[in-house]
Design a protein around this ligand. Structure first.
Ligand code: ZN
Length: 453
């Protein structure tokens, strides 16, 4: 009988890493970075709990760092098997991992923190990648296989169904919230013996009432009236492209006022090419828009600033202006320079559209700190801070219950493990799910837990 182990994203959101062992084979699903507080990130330096060279295949759900950020370390430590992922995931992964190496090098130079892998390891990682399509059975060893289902979370994202030793394991990966701006609704594997589900927003329901375009328009109009600067920190993958799509729509419908909009994130600009290339992955609604306007991420007034020189030139542009920059939680990247320059101005509006994790600079600003320190400089915060959680890329409580319920059990009692969640949210999700699925055995996975099935 196969065994299932949880070596990450158990009791926390980040570090996804699951191992399926049969008598003959080992398969790993995701190999992500632990992110957030130091008592989590310290695990990134640890050796893997299994021998990387003994793993037959790695299955990757999507290109977020908390799902892929330790793959080059796995390769560095001896993994040589195939890495299965969708084509957009592979392309985004290549960008994100290179970016991760740069970030690690930067931290290494700044405070001597050792790097866990280098560019060469990323190159070797990418050479192991094999593209799979959605809903196509990919053979592994013997009768074992994996099938990918569109998770509607970010471009290329998947939930996966691994069949090993005759048992079916469904892993949610991260599931998107419908209606998604660019992607179609998430799909579920049809059946499973064991379900491993995320519960990032366990017990939480998203508010879909807020009009995203109106939020953007109001912010832009405020900025024009105050001759100020609108800063929008955004995650480079998906969120940044969603923003461009919405702004393009405002432009097409002649609602967008005349104002320069700077897209100041080298990673997001590179990712944009991947998005443009994989238009067939978008929702029917987006494809409809694309028929009339093939350039759905581009409009008059938009300025891409890939180089440092381009980025510095933004300073010369007199306000009003809009700057979209990474990183999403304001922990680094180009947004840093803009915060330093503009956060002390009363005519700056900081529009926070994404989740700000505990311990990040973004969280401190959102929580109302009156002053922050950037590169040793103390910056008083005089800007207006507006927080609108309208761009969630994650399924909420109801979405996830639906997702699990759609997977038919193969036997009377389906086993469900809750991962990728804070402990409190996991507990709430467990009891909510138990009400809907009284027959199922629902557990909250513990870190390093090994389950014999
Ligand atoms: Zn994700």
């Amino acid at each position: 009988m196969p065994k299932l182990s949880f070596f990450g994203a158990a009791g926390a959101v980040t570090g996804s890493n699951f191992l399926i062992e049969t008598t003959e084979h080992k398969y790993v699903v995701d190999c992500g970075l632990f992110q957030g507080s130091p008592n989590l990130t310290q695990f990134n330096d640890d050796e893997f709990s299994y021998e990387p060279s003994s793993v037959d295949a790695l299955i990757v759900t999507h290109a977020h760092l908390d799902h892929i950020g330790r793959i080059p370390k796995l390769v560095r430590d001896g993994f040589r098997g195939p890495i299965y992922a969708t084509q957009p995931t592979i392309e985004l992964m290549s960008l994100t991992l290179k970016d991760a190496v740069e970030l690690m090098d930067h931290r290494n130079q700044r405070d001597g923190k050792p790097v866990i892998y280098e560019e060469e390891d990323v190159r070797r990682t990418m050479a192991l990648c094999r593209a799979v399509s959605y809903k196509t059975v990919q053979p592994l060893n013997g009768k074992d296989s994996v099938t990918f289902y569109d998770a509607g979370h970010i471009l290329g994202s998947a939930s996966v169904l691994v069949e090993a030793d005759g048992k079916q394991f469904a892993f949610s990966g991260d599931v998107g919230h419908a209606p998604n701006i660019l992607l179609p609704h998430s799909e579920t594997p049809p059946t499973a013996d064991v379900v491993v589900t995320e519960a990032t927003y366990g017990g939480v329901e998203h508010n879909d009432e807020t009009d995203r375009e109106k939020v953007l328009l109001d912010a832009i109009e405020w900025t024009i009236q105050n001759r100020g600067v609108l800063l929008i920190p955004a995650f480079a993958i998906e969120r940044s492209q969603e923003l461009l799509y919405l702004l393009n729509d405002l432009f097409n419908t002649r609602k967008l006022p005349k104002i320069p909009i700077f897209f100041d994130s080298p990673l997001a600009i590179e990712a944009l090419e991947v998005f443009e290339k994989h238009g067939q992955q978008f929702s029917a609604q987006v494809k409809e828009v694309e028929k009339k306007d093939p350039e759905i991420f581009s409009f008059r007034g938009l300025v891409l600033t890939p180089t440092v020189e381009n980025s510095k030139d933004i300073n010369d542009q007199p306000p009003p202006k809009v700057i979209i920059a990474g990183s999403g939680m304001m922990e680094g990247g180009r947004i840093f320079h803009h915060l330093k320059r503009y956060l002390s101005h009363r005519n700056t509006l900081l529009l926070v559209i994404g989740y700000q994790a505990e311990g990040t600079l973004g969280r401190r600003i959102v929580d109302g700190d009156k002053e922050i320190t950037i590169n040793g400089d103390r910056i008083p915060i005089r800007a207006t801070i507006k927080v609108v959680d309208i761009f969630s890329g994650h399924a909420d409580n109801t979405d996830m219950i639906e997702w699990v319920k759609n997977i038919k059990p193969n036997s009377r009692q389906q086993k469900v493990f809750i991962v990728h969640s804070d402990p409190e949210r996991a507990k709430v999700f467990q009891s909510n799910l138990a009400e809907e699925l009284p027959e199922a055995a629902i557990d909250i996975a513990q870190l390093n837990q090994v389950v014999e099935l």
